[in-house]
Design a protein around this ligand. Structure first.
Ligand code: CP
Length: 317
C-alpha cells in the first residue's frame, strides 16, 4: 500500500492514512498539539475556532462507537460543520460507487473525509482520488491500519508514563486480524519504546510479525513478566474465516487478562483496550474496571488526538 500519499515532498502531513513510515517528529507534533487542547487545570477540552466554516464528513461503512463519536465531538470542538453520512440510508444501496459518493460530497464543499471501511485501502483510494486541498483521515480500514487509535494509545501511555524509552509494552490477543495492533507496533517503535511484545496463540499471529520489531510470546506467564503496559485486543470474529480457537472459554483460560495474570506484570502496570471489550473473553471485569485500567481515559484522549490531527491537516494546506 502506498504510504507516502500522506506526506508532501517537504514532509508535511497531507492525509493521515497509516502510522507506517510516519516520521517520529510528525507523531510528536500530533501528541504535543493534542496536549495543548486539554486544559491543564480542569482537564477539559476547549472549543476553538480552527475549522470554522469547514465541512467534515464522517463516512463510516463499518460500525463504530468510539471513533465515529469522538471524531464528531473533535470536529465540533474545532467549530467545523460535521455531517455523519448514514451509509444504510444513502444511495450506496442503489449501486452508487464509493468514488461517485465522494465526488458528490466534494460538490457539497467537503473539506475533509473521515473514513472507516471493512476493506483495507479504502481511505487510500479516496485520498488518491480527491483534489489536494481535501483531506482524508483513515478511521480504520479492514485489518490494515487505525492510525488515530495508535496515536491516542501513545498519548495515553505518555500521559501516565512520560519516559517512553524505558517501557515494556505487551499487545495481547488477536494480532492477526487487528489493525490496531499493526498501527500500535509502528507507533511504539517509532517512539523508541524499549520493548514491544506480542502475546497470542499461533493461530492468531501473522507470519513474520517479528520482522516488525516485536518479541513474540505464546504464553502469558512469560510474555507478561515485568511489562509496564498491556494492550488487550478483542477476538475479531467478524474477520475470522473458519475456527481458529477451541472455544471462547478455553481462550479466556489461556489468554484472558485476569487479576491473577496481572500480578506477573510490573506492580504499576497500565491496562489498555481499544474497545469494544468482550468481558469474560479477553478481559475479566475485575481488571477492566480495576485500578490499573486506563481504558476510559483512552476514549477521552481520543477527542484531543483527533482534534490535533484535523487541525494539523487543515493548517498544512
Ligand atoms: N477502538 C475503536 O475503533 O472502537 P470503535 O469501533 O467503537 O470505533
Amino acid at each position: 500500500m502506498q504510504t507516502n500519499l500522506q506526506l508532501t515532498k517537504e514532509g508535511r502531513l497531507r492525509h493521515l492514512l497509516t502510522i507506517e513510515g510516519l516520521p517520529s517528529d510528525t507523531i510528536l507534533n500530533i501528541l504535543d498539539t493534542a496536549n495543548r487542547f486539554i486544559d491543564p487545570k480542569t482537564h477539559e477540552i476547549q472549543k476553538v475556532p480552527l475549522l470554522s466554516g469547514k465541512a467534515v464528513f464522517n463516512l463510516f461503512f463499518e460500525n463504530s462507537t468510539r471513533t465515529r463519536t469522538t471524531f464528531e465531538i473533535a470536529a465540533k470542538r474545532l467549530s467545523a460543520d460535521v455531517i455523519n453520512l448514514n451509509i444504510n440510508t444513502s444511495s450506496q444501496s442503489k449501486g452508487e460507487t464509493l468514488l461517485d459518493t465522494v465526488d458528490n460530497l466534494v460538490s457539497m464543499q467537503a473539506a475533509m473525509f473521515i473514513v472507516r471501511h471493512n476493506e483495507s485501502g479504502a481511505a487510500h483510494l479516496i485520498a488518491r482520488h480527491v483534489a489536494p486541498h481535501i483531506k482524508v483521515i483513515n478511521a480504520g480500514d479492514g485489518r490494515h491500519a487505525h492510525p488515530t487509535q495508535a496515536l491516542l494509545d501513545l498519548f495515553t501511555i505518555r500521559y501516565f508514563r512520560p519516559d517512553l524509552s524505558r517501557l515494556r509494552v505487551a499487545i495481547v490477543g488477536d494480532i492477526l486480524h487487528s489493525r490496531v495492533a499493526r498501527s500500535d507496533i509502528h507507533a511504539l517503535n517509532a517512539m523508541g519504546i524499549a520493548e514491544v511484545r506480542v502475546i497470542a496463540p499461533y493461530t492468531l499471529l501473522p507470519k513474520g510479525i517479528e520482522l516488525l520489531g516485536v518479541k513474540v510470546f505464546h504464553d502469558m506467564a512469560k510474555g507478561l513478566r515485568d511489562v509496564d503496559v498491556i494492550i488487550i485486543l478483542r477476538l475479531q470474529n467478524e474477520r475470522m474465516s473458519g475456527s481458529l480457537l477451541p472455544s471462547p472459554q478455553e481462550y479466556f483460560k489461556s489468554y484472558g487478562l485476569t487479576s491473577e495474570k496481572l500480578r506477573l506484570a510490573h506492580p504499576d502496570v497500565l491496562v489498555m483496550h481499544p474497545g469494544p471489550m468482550n468481558r469474560g473473553i479477553e478481559i475479566d471485569s475485575a481488571v477492566a474496571d480495576g485500578p490499573h485500567s486506563v481504558i476510559l481515559s483512552q476514549v477521552t484522549f481520543g477527542i484531543a488526538i483527533r482534534m490535533a490531527v484535523m487541525s494539523i491537516l487543515m493548517k498544512e494546506d
